[in-house]
Design a protein around this ligand. Structure first.
Ligand code: UD1
Ligand code: CA
Length: 423
């Protein structure tokens, strides 16, 4: 199958030793998503039609994580001999491709599509054999530094380990965002060596190599410090998470969601929230949660994966909702647990009411019909169904399979019906 360009190569074969982890570094999560997913999104957003992910350490984990994405191909780097070598292993896959190749690294989850699109565009306009994006940062530690001549023209990249003290002071750094003309890339990679502090094939030597052979290389300072935070340690992972969280919240506020206390709120990168919903402090929304408009969430609510809340739902203090659907106008204001529940509209879940969805082996569903009233401290042992308009008295235990008919009132342990006239 012919490769469609532009192509983005994402380097992700390294172990990330400084993470001290059994997991491939690029699969560590930032706001609920593996960091490489953000890089994939940024590459796609910039216009990449084919994405080649270079895998090595824990390759199976990467195959599993990126499974079923039709525009993603994998190239295997058996031994991690350096970033230059990592790009080289993509060559057989990309043979014949004449469109520009963007090279990115999988450990920079904060990359955004716009500056990458800009890089692709500029490479085309400049007809450069290599165009690289750079950034100016307050603390350049860990990055390769950009060396320019007195006229400001790009000379080369020096890795921190190979820097002189003067070079170390340079604050313009290499974020590893390159666009290459393919023939020039393969040619340069054939010529780079390993005479550096780590004895590796450095991709960073490719631009210099191209200049040496008289080709055009342009370095543009178009990336911002926030975009290029590279995750090499758990501390970096936390920093990236904080910046990403602020971006996620900013997005939802722009869409009309009120977030009362942003630093004390957590919203997963996959969640969606409707306008005029208010999220109160200390609320945690994890996974692919869908929250409708005009909802009230928290304080201290925990909304977990697989949950959908329709319009005007209220989930209050110390309420956990997991893999559940709650229809319009229903509320659980205090101290409740709803797991594997299908709750209709205008249902009142009382304080302390829970669904007992787990029998120790399997999870079971609870269905609660429209307008039902679930009393305080009641337990619904799943699988069970509470009919529309039914009333479950305070402290009642509705036992497994003993469905409550629509309109009935049940009380006690185990639940038994009472008639409203005599009860
Ligand atoms: C690299 C750059 C440096 C740049 C920095 C941040 C080189 C030599 N240095 O350094 O100039 O400032 O990124 O962008 O390129 N990888 C492989 N195979 C390998 C080695 C690495 O796939 O053999 C992958 C890693 O999984 C990682 C990425 O390449 O995703 C970067 O590797 P890393 O070791 O983090 O490079 P840095 O030291 O950060
Ligand atoms: Ca890195």
């Amino acid at each position: 199958m012919a490769i469609e360009g532009p192509v983005a190569i994402i380097l992700a074969a390294g172990q990330g030793k400084r993470m001290k982890s059994d997991r491939a570094k690029v699969l560590h999560e930032v706001c609920g998503r593996p960091m490489i997913s953000y890089v994939v999104d940024a590459a796609r957003g910039a216009g990449a039609k084919t994405i080649v992910v270079v895998v090595g350490y824990a390759a199976d984990q990467l195959y599993a994580a990126l499974d079923g994405e039709p525009d993603i191909r994998f190239a295997v780097q058996e031994e991690q001999l350096g970033t230059g070598h990592a790009v080289k292993v993509c060559r057989p896959l990309l043979e014949g491709c004449e469109e520009p190749i963007m090279v990115l690294v999988g450990d920079e989850p904060l990359l955004r599509p716009e500056p990458l699109a800009d890089l692709l565009d500029r490479q085309r306009k400049e007809q450069a054999a290599c165009l690289l994006g750079t950034a100016e940062v307050a603390d350049p530690m860990g990055f390769g530094r950009i060396l320019r001549d007195s006229a400001g023209r790009f000379l080369r990249i020096v890795e921190e380990r190979d820097c002189t003290p003067e070079e170390k002071a340079i604050r313009e750094v290499n974020p590893s965002c390159y666009v290459f003309e393919p023939a020039a890339l393969w040619d340069a990679l054939d010529r780079i060596g390993t005479s550096n502090a780590q004895g590796e094939y450095y991709l960073t030597d490719a631009p210099e190599e191209l200049l040496r052979s008289g080709q055009k290389v342009v370095a543009l300072n178009v990336l911002s410090a926030d975009d290029i935070l590279g995750v090499n340690t758990r501390q970096h992972l936390a920093q990236a998470g904080a910046i990403m969280q602020a971006r996620i919240q900013d997005h939802w506020m722009t869409e009309g969601v009120s977030i009362v206390d942003p630093p004390n709120t957590y919203i997963d990168g996959r969640a969606t929230i409707g306008r005029d919903t208010v999220v109160y402090p200390f609320s945690v929304i994890t996974g692919d949660v869908k929250i409708g408009s005009h909802c009230k969430i928290g304080p201290f609510a925990h909304i977990r994966p697989g949950t959908t809340l329709a319009e005007g739902v209220e989930i209050g203090a110390f309420v956990e909702v997991n893999r559940s659907t709650i229809e319009t106008g229903s509320y659980a204001r205090h101290l409740a647990y709803l797991g594997d529940a299908r709750v209709g509209s205008n249902v009142n879940i009382g304080c302390g009411a829970i669904t007992a969805n787990f029998d120790g082996v399997h999870k079971h569903p609870t269905v609660i019909g429209d307008g039902a009233r679930i009393g305080s401290n009641s337990v619904m042992v799943a699988p069970v169904e509470i009919g529309a308009g039914a009333v479950v008295g305070a402290g009642t235990v509705v036992t497994k399979g003993d469905d409550v008919p629509a309109g009935a009132t049940v009380v006690g342990v185990p639940a038994r019906p009472i008639s409203k006239s005599t009860g």
